[in-house]
Write a protein that binds this ligand. Sequence first.
Ligand code: ADP
Length: 471
Amino acid sequence: MEIFHISAECYPVAKVGGLADVVGALPKYLNKLGHTAKVVVPGYDNKFTQENEFDIVHKGLLKLGWFQFSYTILKEKTNKLGFDLYLIAIPELFDRPNVYSYEDDTERFTAFQIAFLNWLTETNQQLDVIHCHDHHTGLIPFMVQFCYNYPHFKNTPTVLTIHNGQYQGWFGFDKIHYLPDFDRGRSGFLEWGGVINPLASAVKCAWKVTTVSPSYLDEISNEANGLENLLRFERSKLVGILNGIDTDVWNTQTDEMLHANYTLKGFKKGKAANKAFLCEQFNLDPKLPLFTFIGRLVGEKGADLLPQICSVALNEFYQKLNILILGSGDTNLERGLQNLQNFYHGNFNTYIGYNEKLAHIIYAGADFLLMPSRVEPCGLNQMYALRYGTIPIVRRTGGLKDTVYDFGDGGFGICHDKASVFDVTHSMYRGIQLYADTKTFDAIIKTTMQIDHSWDKVAEEYSAVYQSLIN
Ligand code: ADP
């Protein structure tokens, strides 16, 4: 089966969060099952584009309302990611370093989607499934069905995966002329809440919609930033498939980003070496348990609670723990967390920014990973932590509920129900107690490192979805 994945992110080409990890891994594992999965992302002006070689496979023009852009399809030469990778270069719109947060994101991602369909049409590509990821590619299911330019793909199954339903790509009907000509009687398929809503449109038009965990599927029927009723209405075509992790990348024995590699048997020594490195870099005490947070500093992740969580924990459990935060996002939060460094010198530190290598070392060297998320569609951090022998402390929500079970109930993590300072600090207290009970602590680490969250099984579930559509 030939499957095109189209996405704004793909690790290691361009990454902001978990979307990139999924799109960078799932196609590789689909190929292992005998499919031909290809990935299409915008050609950003970033390190990956500059450091790799590409063949030009097609050039064309696209219309975005009254504007006209030229686009070029570039194919990565060596197939180094384990699948065919195509970049769509539209210089005026994507010749910039970042993935999102430009004023013209609507124009950028609408043009990207049109270029994708123009390219497929102009080169008469044969394919079985178009798999779209999140709202940035959410107009495609509508366009293949209703735009006159793409009759060739009218009967091609489309799949949408919702990685994060909070962001929907809304824009006004004053920009409806950006879309190639279509049957105007169908414009209702674009609308939700009086505006064009690409995510809602994809939910309406895609043949199948997947969410990145079963629990998130249950939750978004009740809370989905305005899409609840639509999702309830379309329930029969929704399915929750828990993400996997790329065990080729996330492997304690081979991960080149780690300070020290380690095996299951040698985890104590290996983790201690990574922890010692972190403690030296960040002026922390290696004898104390190390609690960490990695992620976007936004309310969704419960990051607004972090300053208070940290000060309560560092006061209440004085000199009994270290905390290290890696993240970026809300500037007030960034500043608030940095300020705490002045008060808890020697037990608290932050790295404000994005740092892939540091994230890997933290997963390996930390003792506990905090995830007080309010919304967590799947969450990959807890799975990386588990694999690297770091115990996740999570709020029972979305994918966290599906992957982490409390050690008090025979599981291997620490769970709480509320995104509140009290619940999180209470869990941290349990963590400190657990850390002191070395025998139980080590046994839990051994369990976590052996949990299988690889993509092999998950890719089969996606394969079954595609097959059901083709049938
Ligand atoms: P989301 O996609 O909602 O941000 P996920 O848990 O699905 O959350 O994925 C987050 C991914 O981004 C993980 O691979 C995590 O390690 C990585 N990540 C997040 N913030 C940072 C950061 N500041 N530095 C390095 N990696 C980060």
